[in-house]
Design a protein around this ligand. Structure first.
Ligand SMILES: *[C@@H]1O[C@H](CO)[C@@H](O)[C@H](O)[C@H]1NC(C)=O
Ligand SMILES: *[C@@H]1O[C@H](CO)[C@@H](O)[C@H](O)[C@H]1NC(C)=O
Ligand SMILES: *[C@@H]1O[C@H](CO)[C@@H](O)[C@H](O)[C@H]1NC(C)=O
Ligand SMILES: *[C@@H]1O[C@H](CO)[C@@H](O)[C@H](O)[C@H]1NC(C)=O
Ligand SMILES: *[C@@H]1O[C@H](CO)[C@@H](O)[C@H](O)[C@H]1NC(C)=O
Ligand SMILES: *[C@@H]1O[C@H](CO)[C@@H](O)[C@H](O)[C@H]1NC(C)=O
Length: 202
């Protein structure tokens, strides 16, 4: 009797361990962040002195890469700040995999094309600064799906169309910059509901 109980217990522990193992190996980790950043690197067609090509290398830890800082608690990428580096390129959907990203500053470069919808997965994002690039398309509606955004700077690009009223869904928004684009129409009255807004650059 005692022996079969022990056996059952051992079996239960064994099954539990398998589940824990499966769980641990499916939870995203820094390797996923590295894959996302390497995909981003492959979409950068020019960087002076090939700085990213040499610095963003699998042979050194992601958290030591230029422009990257990590969360000390869970060791995931927290900020991607590569402004004023004369980079040319596009933004691949993979960037949406940086699920712990809080700050994305790629301003003052020559990135072009559209901002991919997958960035809507960056649920912790507080700051996005793409000022002074060559992005096109309408002002992305996915921004309204990012509830933690405080600072949204899209100025001096080639964005066109109307200012979406859905921006008023970003209730914590403090700074919105959309000047220097090809926007038309009215300023949506809903933006007046943003009670923390302190700077609006039109
Ligand atoms: C990250 O997860 C993958 C599976 O997705 C696993 O193979 C790898 O060992 C993990 N790496 C770290 C640093 O935990
Ligand atoms: C990448 O750049 C950072 C910051 O300048 C530096 O600390 C690090 O040593 C560099 N890594 C490599 C492999 O060049
Ligand atoms: C990352 O993003 C790309 C494109 O959105 C996707 O194909 C890929 O499966 C994602 N996951 C990982 C772990 O890289
Ligand atoms: C955004 O980018 C512009 C251009 O690089 C810079 O002047 C500005 O200080 C940045 N603002 C923030 C809040 O990051
Ligand atoms: C920016 O994009 C426009 C077309 O959308 C193109 O005519 C222009 O040359 C681009 N500027 C730079 C600096 O790449
Ligand atoms: C977002 O804003 C739009 C337009 O203001 C509104 O119709 C929609 O219900 C809002 N969505 C959410 C999830 O609050």
């Amino acid at each position: 009797m005692g022996r079969s109980c022990d056996l059952l217990f051992a079996l239960a522990v064994f099954i539990l361990l398998i589940h824990v193992h499966t769980y641990v190996s499916t939870v995203p980790n820094i390797s996923n962040d590295e894959a996302a950043l390497l995909a981003f690197k492959s979409h950068i067609s020019y960087s002076p002195n090939n700085i990213l090509a040499t610095n963003w290398s699998s042979s050194s830890p992601v958290c030591t890469w230029i422009g990257i800082t990590c969360n000390s608690r869970n060791h995931r990428v927290k900020t991607l700040d590569i402004y004023s580096m004369q980079l040319h390129g596009t933004i691949p959907p993979h960037l949406g995999n940086l699920s712990f990203l809080v700050s994305l500053d790629i301003s003052d470069n020559t990135f072009y094309g559209e901002l991919p919808e997958e960035l809507a997965h960056l649920q912790r994002l507080k700051l996005i600064n793409v000022t002074s690039n060559n992005f096109t398309g309408v002002i992305p509606s996915f921004l309204s799906l990012l509830p933690n955004l405080r600072i949204v700077l899209l100025s001096d690009n080639q964005f066109f169309g109307e200012v979406p009223s859905s921006l008023s869904n970003i209730t914590k928004l403090q700074v919105l910059g959309i000047k220097g684009n090809f926007l038309v129409g009215e300023i949506p009255r809903e933006l007046g509901d943003l009670r923390y807004m302190t700077f609006l650059y039109l």
